[in-house]
Ligand binder design. Structure first.
Ligand SMILES: NC(=O)c1ccc[n+]([C@@H]2O[C@H](COP(=O)([O-])OP(=O)(O)OC[C@H]3O[C@@H](n4cnc5c(N)ncnc54)[C@H](OP(=O)(O)O)[C@@H]3O)[C@@H](O)[C@H]2O)c1
Length: 256
């Protein structure tokens, strides 16, 4: 039987997080999947199991024992609470004693003029997009150091580098995420933890629809395309190292 690894993915109930879990299902991972919506997480479990079964069938039937599939543990937690990351990691540790991949993916967007944001908005967006990923990364590092290699993949955004109108807090949160991703990558350079940022432009998920219901989704990136970039990073285990992947819509201006 193949040695199984463990992936911890936040925001796995839909969108990019679900697509990443499905993509990783063919790579011998067991999963700790989080979000707030339990029934949506159950849907993710179904598609992950289907993808894992297909991969086992296509490749190597010895991946699982008879009738088995990946171990998938779900946990619901609202990351807007300051203590959420700690609770989440405690729950993770009750189920798993190893960790090979942390994907900090859960995120929300805000869309209003800078003058309209309240201190509560600041707390809410920053807690989900910046605070929780920071502490999940911190708590994960001791286990990831023992992995061969351990991966941290932080899903940022094009606004980690830019600032769009009406997205001041979203942009601030993604700048923060990228800032500490860079610092942590330097601090752990000599370990076998590989730390990456993926910074996409418009992806066709609920997040975009929530702020731009009018938007034409035909030229948007699919969540599966972002998941492919995650898979690509997970295959890189040699001397080449990629710090960041920026992904733009094909219809957007190159190098903008
Ligand atoms: N879509 C884009 O255009 C785009 C572009 C660049 C970067 N991104 C980034 O990609 C990541 C995933 O976004 P997406 O497009 O896949 O969005 P999505 O479809 O709206 O999914 C967001 C995920 O985050 C979880 N989440 C949201 N609020 C949460 C909270 N308070 N506590 C716990 N989990 C929470 C959601 O779970 P529940 O609903 O179960 O709570 C869901 O699984 C985000 O970090 C986003 O900033 C997206």
């Amino acid at each position: 039987m193949v040695e199984r690894k463990v992936a911890f993915i936040t925001g796995a109930s839909r969108g990019i997080g679900r697509a990443v879990a499905v993509a990783a299902a063919s790579m011998d991972y067991d999963f700790f999947l989080t979000g707030r919506n339990e029934s949506a997480l159950e849907e993710t479990v179904k598609v992950v199991r289907k993808a894992a079964a297909k991969a086992a069938n296509d490749n190597d039937k010895s991946r699982f024992g008879c009738g088995e599939g990946p171990l998938i543990v779900l946990h619901t937690e609202d990351l807007s609470c300051p203590e959420a990351a700690e609770r989440l990691f405690e729950a993770f540790s009750r189920s798993f004693d190893r960790l090979d991949l942390l994907v900090n993916n859960a995120g929300i967007v805000g869309a209003k003029p800078v003058g309209d944001y309240s201190p509560d908005d600041w707390e809410h967006i920053m807690n989900i997009n910046a605070r929780a990923p920071f502490f999940l990364m911190q708590y994960s590092i001791p286990l990831l150091k023992k992995a061969d290699p351990g991966f941290i993949i932080n899903i940022g955004s094009v606004v980690a580098h830019k600032g769009y109108e009406n997205q001041a807090l979203y942009s601030a949160s993604k700048h923060a995420l990228l800032g500490y991703t860079k610092a942590t990558a330097r601090e752990f350079k000599e370990t076998n933890i590989r730390i990456h940022a993926i910074n996409p432009g418009g992806v066709n998920t609920d997040l975009v629809k929530s702020v731009r219901p009018d938007i034409d989704t035909t030229d948007m990136i699919s969540p599966e395309e972002i998941a492919e970039t995650v898979k690509f990073l997970l295959r890189m285990k040699g001397n080449a190292m990629i710090d960041e992947i920026s992904v733009r819509r094909r219809t957007k201006k190159p190098w903008d």
